[in-house]
Design a binder for this molecule. Sequence first.
Ligand code: SF4
Ligand code: SF4
Ligand code: SF4
Length: 277
Amino acid sequence: MDKNRRNFLKVAGISTLAGLGGTAVVDRLVAGSSLAHASAAAGPKVDQTEGSKGHGEQKSLSGNRYGMVIDIKKFQQDPSLGEKIVSACHSTHNVPQFPEKKDEIKWIWMTHFENAFPQNSNLYRDAANQKHQLPILCNHCDQPPCVRACPTKATFKNKDGIIMMDYHRCIGCRFCMAACPYGSRSFNWRDPEKFVQNANHVYPRRMRGVVEKCNFCDERVGEGKQPACVEACGESKAIVFGNLNDPNSEIRKMLNENHTIQRNPALGTLPSVFYIV
Ligand code: SF4
Ligand code: SF4
Ligand code: SF4
């Protein structure tokens, strides 16, 4: 083992990786570490306060913390909303449609209540929850284990509290996928290029070997627009998006007026996605 490689393993505290993933993984991490160093100056700003605060008024660099409220009952009343939001998100973000399930890439998808909330489910679920599905996506956790697991800072919390991906920094180690308790991340096992339908040329496409996930439509929010999935819900208010740190925002009003739950809050990840049940 050469000196660079030994030093990297020591610093990253991941010497057991050689046993887990073999030398190829270790070699990629060493390369990734150099890459991260080389591009650190030009790279994304990481909120260094992440990991140091509890729940409540979390202050990001901008003072914003974006979040989402999803009204499960609205999706039960209009089951067509599910297809609309998935299609809006995936077409906006060039999410590839692979023919085989094992290769599937998902940013937002529909699932049954017991899959999203195993802790809140029971044998005698109400008929609507047995029949209908609800959307799940990245929770943009305020204490994101995926960010802590990433050795290259390819995934990071941005100034608005959104958990982002820098595809050029991603070395495909999938530590973030192992660390995410919600299965919110997908890996490109195959080259996605040929499987993107009606490409959106203003949004970047990915390559084989990188991880991707929902970005809370950071590119749209930056332009003052609503996320594509929110827009696809029309006037229904099935999904409301906004700044959790603004006490006068619509999302805070929704949280104030409705009983909401989060996915597995006991894990301490502090999800920014709330569900009206
Ligand atoms: S849901 Fe998973 S991928 Fe998203 S921020 Fe939380 S831990 Fe990370
Ligand atoms: S696969 Fe995940 S943990 Fe590994 S570099 Fe990419 S974003 Fe980071
Ligand atoms: S917020 Fe944007 S990226 Fe996330 S699921 Fe909705 S449309 Fe997709």
